[in-house]
Ligand binder design. Structure first.
Ligand code: SF4
Ligand code: SF4
Ligand code: FES
Length: 235
């Protein structure tokens, strides 16, 4: 199959140099397997080595490559360029975050709402096979959330002066609550705090864009039910 020429329209920003931000156009021939991240790497190597973007794993595990792709937050490494079906592909930094340069955003506030004390592991769905040693406690796997920030970028309730903690943090709180029932009261208070679930507008965008099917909106709905139940118990 002949490569297809795609026009990449990338929002450039370098404080003090490309400032205010502006779009820059690049042309690149891509194949059926080319991802947006592959394209960025090729553009950086061959056309402009000042292009800034983040990546690590290349397989939707590290969450670092997320950006706005044709206006939708997605991980660049698992987004096929031709699957987008557009002759021009527009790349911009995740909305709702401060841009450091080009497609790189400041994730510190986002990470700040995810406590390091919460476990990133859970029991795996897979059962140990015949060869599992007796002493084996059972397989574990990482939680689904890859901390990419796509849900936050899609959420209409984030970014206001009320400081909504956002869907990923609420999903993580609910996960932790299920794993550590002893922490339930404190975690529910956190979820129901001034920056918590009450600010969610139930738009469901977060679940739609999540690349790893965390379904943050479902976790928030469960938290809301728990808050209501706790209020009912207190009456
Ligand atoms: S359901 Fe709530 S958290 Fe999810 S995108 Fe909508 S407002 Fe944001
Ligand atoms: S909940 Fe989904 S969209 Fe949000 S940070 Fe985690 S993996 Fe990304
Ligand atoms: S490079 Fe790790 S999620 Fe895309």
């Amino acid at each position: 199959m002949e490569p297809t020429k795609i026009n990449f329209r990338i929002l450039r920003f370098k404080p003090g140099r490309i400032d205010p931000p502006r779009h820059q156009e690049f042309e690149l021939a891509v194949g059926p397997q080319t991802t947006v991240l592959d394209s960025l790497e090729q553009l950086k190597l061959e056309q402009d080595n000042t292009l800034m973007y983040r990546h690590s794993c290349h397989h939707s595990s590290c969450g670092t490559c997320a950006c706005m792709i044709n206006g939708v937050p997605r991980p660049a490494c698992v987004t096929g360029v031709l699957d987008l079906g557009t002759a021009t592909v527009t790349l911009e930094p995740l909305v709702g975050f401060r841009t450091i340069g080009d497609l790189v955003v400041d994730m510190r506030d986002f990470y700040g709402d995810l406590s390091e004390e919460w476990s990133g592991l859970r029991a795996a769905e897979a059962r140990g096979g015949k060869g599992s040693p007796q002493s084996h406690q059972g397989p574990v796997r990482f939680e689904n959330c890859i901390e990419c920030g796509c849900c936050v970028a899609a959420c209409p309730a984030v970014g206001g002066s009320d400081g909504f903690m956002g869907p990923a943090a609420l999903a993580a709180i609910h996960n932790e609550m299920l794993k550590s029932p002893a922490k339930k009261t404190a975690l529910l208070a956190l979820a129901d705090g001034e920056r918590g679930q009450r600010l969610c507008r139930r738009a469901l965008n977060c679940s739609r864009v999540c690349p790893t099917a965390v379904s943050p909106a479902r976790h928030i709905a469960d938290l809301r039910r728990m808050v209501s139940a706790a209020e009912g118990d207190g009456q």
